[in-house]
Design a binder for this molecule. Structure first.
Ligand SMILES: Nc1ncnc2c1ncn2[C@@H]1O[C@H](COP(=O)(O)OP(=O)(O)O)[C@@H](O)[C@H]1O
Ligand SMILES: [Mg+2]
Length: 316
């Protein structure tokens, strides 16, 4: 028996949301926002929080500054029942922040990566990995040191006996440097969305991209937005259409919630088809409330949403 079912390894930051802004900011001028919210940001945090709600015991290994935004990160994770004893607090870098300026359906983001860009292989103690059954790594392009040392980190995880899932997320620099042949054989469940998969393989279609990774990958889960998802193994492919939500609140974090559902099934020993169904369902549930964690306040709320919006019976 391991202490944790899942160790989420990745980026942590706060989101500063500015809403109802009176026009676009201009250099040398000042404008008002009518609303402001400070919340836990980062895709790995959404994954960890939602997985913890679904049942597994989740711990987080990430780097924050010893500052007040770091306190926001810690209390938000704790509130969502994510273990924070493995967080690394540093004195010489600040907690990362994304300032999000919302204009109706569009937004302008500015991210200061701060401490999260510094975490590398030397910060990851093998004892911590050994306490976890499964490790999930996300947002590899947002974390400079982790990206550079990805092979060493992935190797360490496997040497410590954990299973491993990985979501790449967007590359702000759009260089999409990812060595499929080196990394993928060590990843048990690879979880990009279709754009990310095409970008890292430098192909224009999902079919071509799948052909590139197939010789190296174990299980690949391709998230396809409102179309659903495709699970690819060495032997076969299985497409499952989305449980379409006709009145989407927003799709922020849908992919992270998908990952949380899929990996919850995986660590509970469910077969891949059940994991895929869980992923499609939790991705869809994500879109019924605001933000990445709004629909995941409790197990009861998740099961109720599954029934109410999608007619699915979910037992957690
Ligand atoms: N409008 C929607 N209705 C139902 N399910 C959705 C909707 N949008 C996304 N999903 C589900 O969530 C999953 C992840 O969303 P997607 O947008 O592909 O990921 P990402 O956020 O990583 O880009 C999809 O594969 C799908 O199953
Ligand atoms: Mg995603």
């Amino acid at each position: 028996m391991k202490k944790f079912d899942i160790l989420a390894l990745g980026e942590l930051n706060v989101d500063l949301l500015l809403n109802r802004i009176g026009g676009f900011p201009e250099i040398g001028k000042e404008i008002f926002a009518q609303e402001m919210t400070l919340t836990l940001g980062s895709s790995t945090a959404i994954f960890a929080a939602n997985a913890a709600t679904l049942g597994p015991k989740v711990s987080f290994l990430g780097m924050i500054g010893r500052d007040s935004f770091g306190d926001v990160v810690k209390s938000s994770l704790r509130q969502r029942k994510v273990d924070i004893s493995n967080l690394i607090e540093v004195d010489d870098a600040a907690t990362g922040l994304t300032a999000i300026l919302n204009y109706d359906n569009d937004r302008a983001n500015v991210t200061y990566p701060g401490a999260m860009s510094r975490m590398g292989v030397k910060d990851i103690r093998p004892e911590i990995i050994r306490e976890a059954k499964h490790v999930h790594i996300s947002s590899i392009f947002l974390q400079e040191t982790l990206h550079r040392e990805l092979y060493e980190i992935v190797k360490l995880v496997k040497d410590c006996g954990a299973t491993l899932s990985m979501d790449v997320q967007f590359d702000p620099e759009e260089t999409w440097e990812f060595d499929c042949a080196q990394i993928l054989p060590l990843v048990d469940i690879f979880m990009p969305n279709e754009q990310e998969l095409m970008a890292i393989t430098r192909k224009d279609s999902v079919e071509e991209a799948v052909a590139v990774i197939r010789p190296y990958a174990n299980v690949t889960v391709v998230k396809m937005g409102t179309r659903g998802s495709l699970v690819v193994t060495r032997e076969q492919e299985h497409f499952l259409p989305a449980m379409l939500n006709k009145s989407v609140v927003d799709a922020i974090g849908a992919g992270d919630s998908y990952n949380a559902g899929f990996i919850t099934g995986y660590v509970q020993g469910k077969d891949l088809e059940t994991c895929q169904w869980l992923g499609n369902l939790t991705g869809a549930i994500n879109t019924t409330a605001a933000g990445g964690t709004g629909a995941f306040s409790s197990k009861e709320a998740v099961c109720q949403a599954a029934q109410q919006y999608f007619g699915q019976k979910l037992v957690l």
